[in-house]
Write a protein that binds this ligand. Structure first.
Ligand code: NA7
Length: 537
């Protein structure tokens, strides 16, 4: 079977890509490992899972009708509501007929002679396509640390990103352990603590988290939003991170301690990411950053009753350089009698035993162990697939070749013609409002394919020069900030053996969008467009 385009994944990326391809008259097939649409929102069903972007902005904007028809219930929607939204979209645009579920793509090899991609599926079958498009997401390759003895564990264990789809995990009366306190741990810990007999949290690095202050939406607010959606969307598209929030023009150290405290208090009360917008240099300068970091540490000391527990929860890295977290009663959870916090930085995990988990200090008996240990971010999901470009070069080899992962605009790769990544490494992706970042890539790719078709151009490929220059630019922008200093999944430092490389473009979503538009307007500058079949210039 031959398609114009094969797309992997039926999350936000794959669904809109399919719609965009169909609208342009291309034949397309989407392959999805799950048995339903949703991508990351299909797999992340752990207790407490919710989005930490405000829902009215965390949706597609390509259809005014869709914006008007769908109504979010609250400020931060829970996973089931987001999944309902994506199912609603799939139904509205009749997308399922071109999606093959429960089908994993294992390999994609570029067939140079016939200028097409050969796509290999888990069941042994194979299809071909002119264009190969990845919508695999940035955080879909689970990181399950290779602790000795996990196979001997007599209880049950789960990773938050692979939560059982059709069975409820019951914590009642159970001794539960959670390893990890990133967004997934911070969201699930307060909920599990309410159900479990006892919860032990194994923390390696304390994190800064900000109260989400979730609340149901007032119908008047929804009405006003719907009336103004076009203007809101315009602001989102030109903003730094894809949200209609005006960044501050002030440095944190321009204000007196008193004024700053008031600014931080107000943002803390509003909840959500407003704290990150209070000053323009929080992730640029150490001194400014320390003011907000210390503000949050003071909140932790205030909230947690036992000083020794509060002390363990105090982070020391630069706030914002690891993905900021929003919570609902996270720090308060450590005031519960049935919750224990273990510092596994001080006493590292040695092994999982048949009865539980052993650190260098003690053994903890557990019935259920939850891995909230995150993901091999950005490159991980792509490298799970055997992707081979020209001359049989694998993506893995390419990205291991230099000192850094290298892409062009986070969309394309030299050596891999007609292969597109939606929110790939070195695009703003996870530092922007994801659905909006996805739409921007999908629209750009859709326009590009139409451009190629209209001109009879069979292949497009990023040049090595353009890619090298983009990658260098990404690193220069990142190196001017505090971000690369943190051991985070932004840098790949959370995965042992992964080369350290800052994998996200930090120049801002609005700026990035203009760069991409400019590349297209200049006839796809930095790309080599084959002029006739089998001659790649
Ligand atoms: P994160 O944010 O990567 O958090 C993973 C957590 O797991 C973090 O606390 C890690 O500690 C911890 N971890 C990872 N490996 C280990 C080992 N070997 N031992 C102990 N602790 C470990 O993943 P999430 O799923 O919470 O969130 C991912 C993104 O989803 C989030 O950023 C949002 O964008 C949504 P560490 O800090 O590395 O010391």
């Amino acid at each position: 079977m031959k398609y114009d385009a094969v797309v992997i994944g039926a999350g936000f990326s794959g669904l809109y890509m399919l719609q965009r391809l169909r609208e342009a008259g291309f034949s397309a097939r989407v392959y999805e490992a799950g048995d339903g649409v949703g991508g990351v929102w299909y797999w992340n069903r752990y207790p407490g899972a919710r989005c930490d972007s405000e829902s009215i902005y965390y949706n597609y904007t390509f259809s005014e009708e869709l914006l008007q028809e769908w109504t979010w219930s609250s400020r931060y929607p829970e996973q089931p509501e987001i999944l309902r939204y994506l199912n609603f979209v799939a139904d509205k645009f009749d997308l399922r007929r071109d999606i093959q579920f429960e089908t994993r793509v294992t390999a994609a090899h570029y067939d140079e002679e016939n200028q097409q991609w050969l796509i290999y599926l888990e069941d042994g079958s194979q299809v071909s396509a002119t264009y190969f498009i990845s919508g695999v997401g940035c955080l879909s390759a689970a990181n399950i640390p290779k602790f000795k003895g996990l196979d001997q564990f007599e209880g049950k264990w789960y990773h938050t990103g692979h939560w059982p789809q059709h069975e409820k995990v019951d914590f009642t009366g159970k001794r539960v352990g959670v390893i990890g306190n990133g967004s997934s741990g911070v969201q699930s810990i307060p909920v599990i603590a309410q159900e479990a007999e006892h919860l032990t949290v194994f923390q390696r690095t304390p994190q800064y988290t900000i109260p989400a202050r979730n609340h149901p939406y007032d119908p008047a607010f929804i009405k006003q939003t719907k009336e103004n959606y076009q203007q809101i969307v315009e602001e989102m598209r030109n903003s730094w991170a894809g949200f209609p929030i005006k960044p501050s023009s002030r440095s944190a150290i321009e204000d007196s301690q008193e004024v700053r405290q008031q600014v931080y208090e107000e943002a803390w009360e509003k909840g959500g990411f407003f704290l990150t917008y209070t000053y323009n240099d929080l992730t640029m300068h150490e001194e400014s950053n320390e003011t907000v970091s210390e503000f949050i540490r003071s909140k932790i000391r205030e909230t947690v009753n036992k000083p020794d527990v509060a002390e363990k929860l105090l982070p020391s890295y630069y706030f914002g350089t690891k993905r900021p977290i929003l919570d609902t009663h996270y720090y308060e959870t450590y005031n519960r009698e049935n919750v224990t916090l273990i510092d596994v930085n001080k006493a590292p995990i040695v092994e999982i035993t048949p009865k539980g988990l052993r650190t260098t200090d003690a053994e903890y008996e557990l019935d259920i162990l939850v891995f909230a240990t995150g993901y091999d971010g950005m490159t991980g999901p792509l490298l799970k697939i055997d992707i081979r470009g020209k001359d049989g070069l694998t993506l893995k080899e390419k990205w291991a070749e230099g000192a850094h992962v290298q892409t062009y605009l986070g969309i394309a790769n030299a050596g891999f013609p007609n292969f597109f990544m939606i929110t790939g490494p070195e695009s703003p992706s996870v530092l922007a409002n994801m659905p909006l970042a996805i739409e921007q890539h999908v629209d750009w790719i859709g326009d590009c394919l139409e451009h190629l078709r209209d001109r009879g151009v069979p292949t497009i490929e990023a040049t090595l020069e353009a890619e090298t220059a983009w990658s260098k630019h990404c690193r220069e922008v990142a190196d001017a900030t505090l971000y690369p200093k943190a051991d985070s999944w932004y840098t790949g430092a959370n995965i042992s053996g992964k080369p350290r490389s800052f994998l996200i473009y930090l120049g801002g979503f609005g700026v990035y969008r203009h760069i991409c538009d400019d590349v297209a307007a200049k006839g796809y500058e930095g790309f080599s467009l084959a002029s006739s079949p089998k001659t790649v210039s």
